[in-house]
Design a protein around this ligand. Structure first.
Ligand SMILES: [Zn+2]
Length: 268
């Protein structure tokens, strides 16, 4: 198979708290812009995409409302059944700003910035979702083996599981307790790449390792109390969702490299 001729450097892997960067336009589409490098996380692994602004050299600001990864290559990496590596990130432009694309050319310099509060919320939500997932793994490993999907929003996260018997309220309570114990311990969260594939990423906490390419916070404490709820989605399908209404965002100190919630780094 021929490889796709372009790729976007994914700066959100190397620094979760990098909120803006200078980049170059690699393609202008009818309603999107592809960049040589981006800080914007494209929708994937259940996590919603970042939103933000492209600032042109003449000062005009173009809002993007979505980011998507395209033209990745299927890769055969143990533990990553659906992974696609490489590819480009397309930034989908706000309908009211599409007019500005007419004067944009491949090779033009732009600055890209993301909504950093939304990113911090998604990173916290994604981290909380893993704690819920670890709880399910301890209490109902049968459900974990039938994970149907997940959705990570700024204000909450949910998983759908295939099950032959429903979650009991006692099980939900036990799962919630396990998740909250991680928060109480204020455990360190690490994210790092597979040694052979930079696009194959891991999340790790207290020795629990989950393949994941999303964005996360560096420690569990800011999540605050996690509330877990169960919902039946019909015969054989259950949904567990988590919310964290006490999450601590030190918004005033948000800036690149230090945002009040520590960045996950490479394991030493
Ligand atoms: Zn993750």
């Amino acid at each position: 198979m021929l490889s796709f001729p372009r790729s976007t450097e994914k700066l959100y892997y190397s620094d979760t708290f990098l909120y803006q960067t200078d980049s170059l336009v690699s393609k202008v589409g009818n309603n999107y812009v592809e960049l040589a490098a981006t800080v914007a996380y494209p929708e994937g692994g259940g996590q919603e995409a970042d939103m933000g602004t492209l600032t042109l050299s003449d000062g005009r600001a173009i809002r993007f409302i979505h980011a998507r990864k395209m033209y990745g290559q299927r890769a055969n990496i143990a533990g990553f059944p659906d992974i696609q590596t490489g590819g480009v990130v397309e930034h989908v432009i706000h309908p009211d700003d599409v007019q500005h694309l007419a004067s944009l050319r491949t090779g033009d310099a732009v600055q890209i910035g993301i909504d950093r509060i939304r990113r911090a919320q998604l990173s916290l939500s994604h981290t909380a979702s893993h704690l819920l997932y670890l709880g399910v793994g301890q209490i109902r490993s049968d459900a974990l083996a039938w994970t149907l999907g997940c959705h990570i929003r700024p204000d909450g996260a949910r998983f759908d599981f295939g099950v032959s018997r429903r979650f009991t309220s006692e099980e939900v309570q036990a799962i919630e307790q396990i998740a909250n114990d991680f928060v109480t311990r204020g455990s360190t969260v690490l994210t790092y790449a597979h040694p052979d594939h930079i696009d194959a990423r891991y999340w790790a906490c207290e020795g629990n390792v989950i393949p994941c390419g999303g964005t996360h916070i560096g420690d569990t404490a800011p999540i605050g109390r996690i509330a877990v709820r169960r919902k039946s989605m019909g015969t054989g399908k259950e949904r567990l969702s988590c919310q964290f209404d006490e999450a601590r965002f030190n918004v005033a100190s948000f800036h690149a490299g230090s945002c009040g919630i520590a960045s996950g780094g490479e394991p030493s």
